[in-house]
Write a protein that binds this ligand. Structure first.
Ligand code: F0G
Length: 434
């Protein structure tokens, strides 16, 4: 008997895990990995996961594979493609940042500390391990930049040919550089992310390439370990809120599934509430949420946070399920709010990319409107590293971002190589001297 199978969320059709599929073979619907929790229950405990903390050996040293029994219970250990992902810091927000947000109990889980600088690595170790298992020779994705950076790296590690498509002129420099450097065939599509994803999905059906976008359920199995690790780092104490940015909605889908499994297994005693934050110019899920999910909306997306510039989120159904399970909500923030929150996270010393700052901007807005209380126990997810999008950092601090205020600018200075200029600078900046 197998411990896990794939079940279609649309028609209920099932597949075995070693079938070379990632969407339903019958109707093309989204597949869910379903683990046989009753059989797994006796082997799973907080103590098991705690015993692997600090492990020096792969795969259990990874913050994804530490939870192997809930990710891919039957994966052959020697076939796992891992870079030791996860094990990211759960920061207590520095006092000034917490005060700016208006929270008394704010923590930030920094997924930008993963090997390629975003949470995508947690999903990619799952997806590429499955690709190897079904003997795929090449892997493909459409991406706003982080999925492609991650896939390029893991494909190279596994010896697979990687092919990435991104929207022309809408990808941050750090991400583009990673994809090219890791050796993926890197293709700019003259269209937006939604057009790129539709094209790639079609191409996969037509040409039989293995798809590694988050419609691939093995990606989400890896990504759900973000919430496992948060809970474990908090000694399994459930926060009141977990707040994350939403684009294609893979991550929020993964969070809901992971939390539901922990609850069903008795590893946690209640659900946290989930808040998904979308950029105001890329908020189709927010529109549907506001109407009680009467309709699935799509939009022509526009935001400075290119990572979440997505108008037709692929994991809509799974994300809606997460909100049902967690009494979740959706909020929007403007580009100005995003960019100012980013400046605050950056100058706190932690740093993040623009899309990540949507979490922090969202928490600030939800506290101001009274939905989140200042005393609530809140965990915000920072999804990507500050160096992913260096262009925006420089433009913000130089005051050259089109149509946006550089509220917290830290302007770059230029001086002559003289002591007099240094002294003038020290005086001007009131830098304490001897
Ligand atoms: N934050 C960052 C930094 C991202 O790169 C993404 C998605 C998200 C948030 C949103 O996560 O799509 O699961 O809702 N980036 C994808 C990519 C789309 O191609 O890298 P989501």
């Amino acid at each position: 008997m197998t411990l896990s199978l794939l079940r279609c969320m649309e028609c209920g059709n099932t597949h075995q895990l070693d079938d070379p599929v990632y969407v339903c073979g019958k109707c093309g619907g989204l597949l869910d990995v379903e683990h046989d929790l009753d059989t797994l229950r006796p082997t799973i405990s907080r103590a098991l996961f705690d015993s692997r903390l600090g492990s020096l050996d792969a795969p259990y040293s990874s913050g994804v594979w530490r939870y192997k029994e809930l990710v891919f219970p039957e994966a052959d250990e020697s076939a796992i493609v891992t870079r030791g992902e996860g094990n990211t810091t759960l920061y207590r927000a520095p006092a000034k940042l917490a005060a700016w947000v208006g929270s008394e109990r704010l923590a930030l889980k920094h997924e930008g500390e993963n090997p390629t600088g975003s949470f995508k690595d947690r999903g990619m170790t799952g997806g590429v391990t499955h690709a190897v298992m079904v003997e795929a020779s090449g892997v493909v994705c459409a991406s706003t930049g982080n999925t492609s950076a991650s896939m390029a790296s893991y494909a190279a590690l596994a010896g697979l040919r990687g092919l990435v498509f991104f929207p022309y002129g809408n990808i941050a420099m750090g991400k583009l550089a990673q994809s090219v450097a890791y050796g993926a065939i890197s293709v700019q599509v003259k269209g937006d992310f939604d057009a790129s994803l539709a094209l790639v999905r079609q191409a996969c059906r037509e040409f039989g390439i293995y798809l590694l976008n988050s419609v691939n359920p093995f990606r989400l199995e890896g990504q759900k370990t973000i919430v496992f690790e948060i809970l474990q780092q908090r000694r399994w104490k459930v926060p009141d809120w977990i707040v994350l940015p939403g684009g294609n909605l893979g991550n929020v889908s993964a969070f809901g599934k992971g939390l539901k499994e922990l609850l069903d297994l008795g590893l946690i005693d209640r659900m946290p509430r989930i808040a998904v934050i979308q950029a105001a110019g890329a908020a189709p899920f927010y529109q549907s949420y506001r109407e009680g999910f009467a309709e699935r909306h799509t939009v022509k997306a526009n935001t400075i946070a290119t990572a979440i510039k997505i108008g037709n989120p692929a994991s809509y159904i799974k994300a809606r399920r997460t909100l049902q399970w967690t009494d979740g909500i959706v909020e929007i923030v403007t580009d100005q709010e995003i960019i100012d929150a980013k400046a605050q996270v950056d100058k706190s010393g932690i740093g993040c990319e623009p899309a990540s700052a949507a979490s922090v901007a969202g928490i600030k807005k939800l506290i101001a409107s009274g939905v989140i209380k200042p005393a609530d126990d809140v965990v915000g997810i920072l999804t990507g590293h500050v160096l992913k999008d260096p262009g925006i950092v420089i433009d913000y601090h130089q005051g050259t971002l089109d149509g946006l205020q550089s509220t917290y600018a830290n302007a770059l200075r230029t001086i002559e190589p003289t002591l007099a200029d240094v002294q003038a600078l020290l005086n001007e900046e009131k830098v304490p001297t001897r």
